[in-house]
Design a binder for this molecule. Structure first.
Ligand code: FAD
Length: 469
């Protein structure tokens, strides 16, 4: 590769603002979890789709690998460059326009670098809802959400990012622009290319814009917290809540005692209205009738659950700010864990019915393998998605614990997941951290088809090389 000529051509394309070559680039080079510190050849910051296409064409011409990046909040090491200093970091954060909002069609088209919260606010300003919701929504981008097929807290009712996207604009690995920005809900015209790029984690092309599905804003939202003695009780509560509330049940989150203890330790200012309990469940209803209707559904459900001993205590938020406080507890868990130190994350999916059996087997097997290990278990129980994270025993060094135990602990957890018909990656993706797991656990025929797709769409293997496959 002729690096000076490549950088010269990039400079000519992007100008002063569009290319960072010197100074502190660590915000682009380090991942959110602090597990990978790479080194970029440079950081390209194109301002529009045509500039993205030109950058990709130059990469193809000079044989330079590139790593697309949105908000850099991904949790699997997919959005930062490797240590070689030879990969170009392609940041989408200057592509940040809301292009069009069609109220009658209930769609909006946005640039890929738009921050998720901006997209939610633009929809709300027109009385509409874009329901994708993650704790990282103030920093992550819609391009990153789609590239990772993000889930979050509203999947139960609205589906994950894939289900919220109708069309895409993509710069292919050879630098062509594909305009697939359709707002159609029905379009059976051959292979679904949109679905191929969603969840491809930057390994097939660069998403530059998307047409998203919007929904009517619910008339009332109500949030409650309930204490359960066992996981079986939490699963029973979910099933009763689904029966009573139907589609109005938009959130059902689970937190174990240690998750909330860590929140209490690292964020003591956040009130925790229920005392310590083995399992805490956060429920959210989004009602299209009225606030009093939502409240009566909640009251009936919680009274039934109290009477049956399925819950031991509960609170219903009395105001928007109290509801936000309850959500804040849930959303602070990843931050509290990060402050507690490096940990081993497992983002797993199981049939909801298998969750209690998984936790019983995995807890016992891990305590036997590494006595004193701390299990921070929380997640989207309504979707059968747990963040089953493992923190070093108190007093031991987190980096040493990870170096010595990560492989062994992963094998224990993922074997139990596989035996129960689950997935080792529910919503965070594969990236760098789960590449070997994919090679080991994905069906060989599926892997063969994935490799054929990669080869067909990225013949030079330049797009996010070393990630996923
Ligand atoms: P990045 O981290 O920049 O990139 C993610 C991947 O997408 C990388 O492989 C990157 O190469 C690729 N990529 C980025 N932009 C593009 C593009 N325009 N075109 C092609 N490829 C691209 N995730 C969930 O699913 N659910 C959660 O509840 C959740 N909660 C989180 C909470 C916290 C506190 C944090 C830090 C993260 C959380 N995440 C969650 C993970 C993360 O926020 C999501 O995966 C998010 O979708 C990533 O968006 P991003 O813009 O930061 O993407």
């Amino acid at each position: 590769m002729n690096t000076p000529a490549f950088l010269h051509a990039l400079r000519a394309t992007l100008g002063e603002n569009g290319l960072l070559e010197q100074g502190d680039l660590s915000a682009f080079e380090r991942d959110w979890r602090g597990r990978y510190a790479g080194r970029a050849l440079a950081v390209a910051r194109p301002a529009n789709t045509e500039e993205v296409a030109r950058v990709v064409q130059l990469c193809a011409e000079y044989g330079v690998g590139l790593v697309p990046q949105g908000g850099n909040t991904g949790l699997v090491g997919g959005s930062t460059p490797d240590e070689s200093g030879q990969q170009l970091l392609l940041s989408l954060n200057r592509l940040n326009r809301v292009r069009h909002l069609d109220v009658a069609n209930q769609t909006m088209t946005v640039d890929a670098g738009c921050v998720l919260q901006t997209v939610q606010e633009a929809a709300a300003a027109q009385g509409l809802l874009f329901p994708l919701s993650l704790a990282s929504e103030g920093s992550c981008t819609i391009g990153g959400n789609l590239a990772a097929n993000a889930g979050g807290t509203q999947v139960l009712r609205y589906g994950n990012a894939r289900e919220l996207c109708l069309g895409l604009e993509v710069v292919t690995a050879t630098g062509e622009i594909w305009d697939g920005l359709s707002g159609l809900r029905k379009d059976n015209t051959g292979y679904d290319l949109r679905d191929l790029f969603i969840g491809s984690e930057g390994t097939l092309g660069v998403i530059t814009a998307a047409t998203l599905k919007l929904f009517p804003q619910p008339l009332a939202q109500m949030t409650a917290l309930a204490a359960c003695g066992t996981l079986e009780d939490a699963v029973r509560l979910l099933s009763w809540a689904q029966q009573r509330a139907g589609a109005a049940l938009t959130g059902f989150e689970l937190m174990n005692a240690l998750s909330l203890r860590l929140v209490g330790q690292h964020f003591p200012q956040l009130p925790q209205p229920l005392g310590e309990t083995p399992w805490t469940v956060l429920l959210e209803l989004s009602d299209t009738e009225s606030e009093s209707h939502a409240r009566s559904v909640f009251e009936a459900l919680l009274e039934q659950a109290l009477a049956a001993g399925v819950i031991s205590d509960a609170v219903i938020a009395q105001s928007q700010s109290q509801a936000q406080g309850l959500w804040h507890l849930r959303e602070s868990i990843p931050l509290a864990q990060a402050q507690e130190g490096l940990n081993i994350k497992h983002d797993i999916a199981l049939p909801v019915s298998a969750v209690p059996a998984f936790v019983a087997s995995a807890d016992a097997a891990l305590q036997q393998a590494v006595p004193g290990v701390r299990l921070v278990n929380f997640g989207h129980l309504g979707d059968g998605n747990l963040h089953y994270n493992v923190q070093a025993p108190v007093g031991s060094s987190a980096p040493e614990f990870l170096a010595a135990q990560e492989g062994r602990i992963n094998r224990i957890v993922y074997d139990i997941v596989s035996n129960l018909g689950g997935s080792f990656s529910a919503e965070h993706g594969i990236g760098r951290i789960k590449r070997e797991e994919l090679a080991l656990r994905k069906h060989p025929v599926a892997l063969q088809m994935m490799r054929a797709i990669k080869k067909a769409l990225d013949p030079q293997g330049l797009m996010n090389h070393g990630r996923m496959l």
